[in-house]
Write a protein that binds this ligand. Structure first.
Ligand SMILES: [Zn+2]
Length: 115
């Protein structure tokens, strides 16, 4: 058994809340967000069979390390984000808008493309 100083999960929970840098609002506590799930899932076409839909909806990898996740900034800008987070250390490597058209709102003249 490891002690708290060597266990990244226990060390994290004892020290800090997860902080997510929303590209629209800035750094916020994770309590402003809801977790949306694994961002790497590719859903099948609507007319796909039940087995294919079952696998897409219910089967998930239990990733140990870097994982892409969707998060909804429900108590902020209400945008969906793709967050790359290490599941062992909770370190967030990157955050970007989930919808490509929204990415332009965070760069350039800030006017976006109106999507
Ligand atoms: Zn936001």
């Amino acid at each position: 058994m490891t002690n708290g100083a060597q266990d990244p999960i226990r060390n994290f929970t004892a020290r800090a809340m997860l902080r997510i840098h929303c590209p629209f609002c800035g750094v916020r506590d994770h309590s402003e967000f809801t977790y949306g799930g694994d961002a790497s899932i590719v859903y099948p076409p609507l007319d796909a069979g039940a087995d294919e839909w079952h696998d897409a909806v219910f089967l998930r990898e239990n990733v140990r390390g870097l994982q892409s996740e969707t998060w909804h900034h429900v108590n902020g800008c209400r945008m969906w984000l793709i967050v790359e987070r290490d599941t062992m250390t909770h370190e967030i490597v990157s955050v970007r808008p989930a919808h490509e058209g929204c990415a332009t709102a965070t760069s350039g003249d800030g006017k976006g493309e109106g999507q």
